[in-house]
Design a protein around this ligand. Structure first.
Ligand SMILES: [Zn+2]
Length: 386
């Protein structure tokens, strides 16, 4: 009897100690974490390029909730097929789609034109505690069933639906990641990174091989580790109107069309002229139903497409492909994951045959160019004076 007790003690203690050591292990890029499967995150780019000008400035729009007729019309205008990134492929974005009120034919059409479709639950139910306290079965239903709807009703292969965002950005703890990983999702985009001074955040996405590395703004955050699973956090934007920053672009509540344009512009400028970390605009499309907001975003897109040959509007999956195999700006035209020859059943784009100088710029009337130029110059002047 005494001999048996002793044996148990000998085995239990070492295992416990190993677990302690493992849980305290810190992510160290190039030492215990290697691309393309693992990235520690932080503020250093995955390519560790010598100059930030080697990095394409990636701008990512994500839109949450239902895809209705009004919203589809807006997406059609903003992401028109003739609006091209500098390498000649159409610009793209990511939609986190919830079930109620969604028109799946519209989703199919947008997917075929190169937009990314990701999952945002079946019910999108209130109160928020529904998500905070969700059981494993409840959350499984919300995730798996909505992916099934998107696949079956919009004809999207399951393998192409790879991302999830929880309603209200309310995480459900470890079970969220267990389900997503089990179901072969590639990434989550629920967690938030904010700054204490309200300035914009500039972190790169990371894998959860060593757990969630940042402050837990909205508990419960995961405590476990999820090898090779990516988190693309929602990051705080700077609010040039002098108010505190915001996570959803619409939450900064700009007043006039000029304030709205400056909200986009100020955040672009501060990324583009510093580290060139990916710039995320996380939005509710309903906000764009208001004409001034739509116009401000439209002007912002057209300005960048017309004046910059190193800015790319891409979706989350394209960003992850770049994260895994970072490419210098000058090599982007040969980067297969960003290529675009086939975009639908009967629609082919041949980027190499397209006129790459046509970046949708001729859509803006000349008067608007002058107005935009004036607005941009005025903004830079104000920045310089400050
Ligand atoms: Zn939502």
């Amino acid at each position: 009897m005494a001999t048996s007790m002793k044996k148990v003690t000998i085995w239990v203690v070492p295992l416990y100690m190993v677990a302690m050591v493992m849980s305290s292990e810190v992510c160290n890029q190039g030492v215990n974490c290697f691309l393309p499967d693992c990235f520690c995150g932080g503020t250093v780019d995955p390519g560790t390029f010598a100059k930030s000008s080697d990095i394409p400035q990636m701008v990512l729009f994500s839109f949450d909730d239902a895809v209705t007729g009004d919203i589809k019309d807006m997406y059609d205008k903003l992401f028109a097929p003739n609006r091209l990134n500098p390498h000649g492929c159409p610009i793209s974005m990511t939609m986190f789609v919830s079930h109620n009120f969604t028109n799946y034919d519209h989703v199919r059409d947008l997917y075929r034109r190169g937009m990314e479709v990701a999952v945002h639950s079946v019910t999108h139910r209130v109160p928020i505690t529904y998500w905070k306290l969700a059981t494993y079965d409840t959350l499984s239903f919300e995730i798996i069933q909505q992916r099934k709807y998107l696949s079956e009703k919009s004809g999207i292969p399951l393998k192409d639906i790879r991302g999830w965002r929880s309603p209200f950005l309310q995480p459900s703890g470890d079970q969220q990641f267990s389900i997503l990983k089990e179901e072969n999702f590639e990434y989550d985009s629920t967690f938030t990174v904010s700054t204490k001074d309200g300035n914009n955040s500039r972190v790169w996405p990371s894998t959860l091989d060593f757990g969630w590395n940042y402050e837990c703004n909205i508990p419960p955050c995961p405590r476990g580790k999820y090898k090779g699973f990516w988190e693309l956090p929602v990051q705080m934007l700077e609010n040039p109107a002098g108010k505190f920053g915001c996570l959803y672009t619409d939450s900064c509540r700009p007043g006039t069309i000029d304030e709205t344009f400056q909200l986009f512009w100020a955040n672009f400028h501060s990324h583009y002229t510093t580290t060139r970390s990916p710039l995320f605009f996380t939005m509710h499309p309903a906000w764009l139903i208001e004409e001034k907001n739509f116009q401000a975003l439209d002007y912002f897109l057209l300005t960048l497409l017309h004046y910059y040959d190193d800015v790319y509007f891409i979706n989350y999956q394209q960003l992850l492909q770049w994260m895994k195999r970072p490419q210098k700006l000058q090599n982007i035209s040969d980067f297969a994951p960003w290529d675009c020859e086939w975009v639908g059943d009967d629609t082919w784009l041949s980027p190499k045959a397209d006129d790459r100088t046509n970046k949708g710029g001729n859509i803006i009337p000349p008067g608007i160019y002058i107005m935009l130029l004036f607005a941009s110059c005025a903004f830079f002047m104000i920045k310089l004076v400050q």
